[in-house]
Unconditional design. Sequence first.
Length: 249
Amino acid sequence: MTSPAPGAPNWVDLATADLDGAKQFYTRLFGWTTDVSDGYTTFLLNGLPVAGAGPLAGDSQPTAWSTYLATDDAEAVAARVTGAGGKVLVAPFDVMEQGRLAAFLDPTGAPFSVWQPGTVGGAAVFDVPGALTWNELNTRDIEGSAIFYASVFGWTFRESSMDGRSYVVAELNGTAIAGIQPMVGDQWGDLPPHWMVYFAVHDCDRAAATVSGLGGTVLQPPRGIAIGRYAVVADPSGGVFSLLAGNTA
């Protein structure tokens, strides 16, 4: 497939306290294989890159999945982020000839990154079982988040609903690229704003059971929504992600 347009998700990776355990867990769950270079693991689906994993940057960093948005100018994104009230966590830097990377916090505190492709474009396959299929910002400030991402990436938005609850769909050039879900209700507790990654699966119930069998945790059991069936799960080290089986999957 062609690379995602600037402003659209083009990669996800896992920072984890147990890289060897993560490789065992995810290869068994999704049928991925691995390619390791300079301590960074690229997960492959049928030989094509779909996600990555690496060690934690420090003891204070939690095990977590990160969403990357495509850009053709990481420095320009960094300037727009600060201008819109966000924070630069890691200034743009070269990852050899593969591309340029930068990491940020949006004004609500949700971390995200950008990837400027060089020889590596990011994920090469999406929306099939075992690949990334959706990215979702969970935030307590829908309006502020929309203003920020519109300013930085040119997103537009439309009101929608998911499972009877308010939901915002972010679009780029008329194409839906991400969701924004309000963190309303006691179920969120003190969980900070964050980006959630969704991986497509053939059968959500079976995949959730596999997560449990591999030592992970099912945080939200499989449930049906208009577009299919999804579950929220965590790997054995606490890396949270979602499973989604679409109605046509």
